[in-house]
Design a protein. Sequence first.
Length: 561
Amino acid sequence: MHSRFDEINKYGDPCSRKQIKENKCYGGFARMKQAAKDAAKSALKQNISTVFINAGDTFQGTSYYSVFKRKIVAPLIDSLQLDVMSLGTHEFDDGIDNLVEYLNQIKTPVVACNFNISTEKRLNLTNLTPSRIVNASGEMIGIIGYLTPDTTIKSRTENLEIFDEIPNIRAEAKRLKSNGIKIIIALGHSGFNFDRKLAAQVNEISMVVGGYSHTLQYTPKEPSPSNEKATEKYPYVVVQKSGKKVPVVQAYAYTKYLGKLMVTFDDAGNVISAKGNPIQLDYMIKKDADVEKLVASWSTLLQNELNTVIGYTRVLLKKTDYSEREFESNIGNMITDAMIDSVVHIAKKKNLTNWSNAPIAVYPNSEIKSVIKNTKPEGAITLADLLKVLPSNNQLFTSRISGSTLKFFLEFSVSEYETRRNNSLYNFLPYFVNFSGLKINFNFTEEPYNRINSIMMVCDQCSIPKYEAIDEDKIYNVITGFFIKDGDDTFYKYKNYISSSEKLGITDTECVFSYIKKMKIVYPILEGRIQISGMDKSFSVGGVHISCTLLFICSFISYFK
């Protein structure tokens, strides 16, 4: 649900006053709660029992989470009164301690069967178990949780080992079966394609309820109920080799839909029939009054926080736009300078002899999500502006990296330029990083991974900081985020090349917040940290290679026509 506590527009963004007035809003926890209550009430009249479950990723995605973290998630997830839920990848974004405090605070039972708790004993909690048994009007239903091992790449799992899902789900399902549980639901966060495989391979389970891939299943697939495209029917039924039918369901994301599946079982726990559809939570669905009141109280607190002015800018703060052939960006320079500044102050507090123990900072351009314009009175920058730029609030680390690995990493950042440009992909450099403490000259006449003409770095063990040639055999302290330090899906290949890392105890958002507040007025410039030579000035439009000169001539002729 990605912290969509309040209602959203059809794209999953906050609903504007105009959209609210025009009845163009969806979802939110108040509608979700009311729709679940209505479904349960309707079922009760037909003597049908109900189970209300969720497949993870309540953390992350809106300003609510960026500002309040688990403090807002805990009361609101409990307000839904779910029977059971699994964890998602983003529940680990702020580390194990944050997750532990959240799990200790909530009353909602949480399941995950494929964790090696012995590698992260902080998660040995009474509210986190491999499975739960739910009493549905006298029928005992086993619900087994699982989470994709990709979480160790994508989030901050620290020492936690996450095993392959299927062997662990099978083992837990057999245990439940041996204890007389006939109906078993696998509930987890590994994606629709995995869920189909799970349904085919584990004989003991009755059905699969999943998340992670944000798949919209709907029957019939066309037309879809809104702007999303339904990719599969609801439910998708897997037929095992024995002939046993196992329904698989998922209902998109962001609280826009509530999946509703009516299932009939035989005495052995086999599915006789399964039918239903996601309920689109549009304006026709009323809101639960208590949950709406709870969300409104947090909304008031949020608006007060977001409107806080933290500083001022005299210039447009803008990320790299490769169509303009600008690799260096002033907002990227500011973010990485803020990272360096934070470490300098930490060094001062620790009475370190060097001016800084980490003179280099790198930050992926893909993590910069917006611009900050200087159009408000006096160029005011509010917390809301900053959270649009850096919504994820990623932890920062100092990582020990060799000069050769750092050089290879920077080569990687420009390695796919021609391939993506020639395929008309707007983002020519999806892996490009911004940096501070480095000056690099790239030569695009050379082949990928051989494009750095020179790379200079700021010395750390010097009385006057200056640029000097990088030593490929030397180990450097580099300030990174978890996306590089722990290796997200883009940078995972570098995780094993980092010899050690130390958490700074500050996030990227907090770091830039403090920097702007201290500076009061910011005006970062493009100062030549990146020099480019040998780049073809032409680019592709719709698969056609057009030079800038030709475009100029065409427009010149058109003007005089």
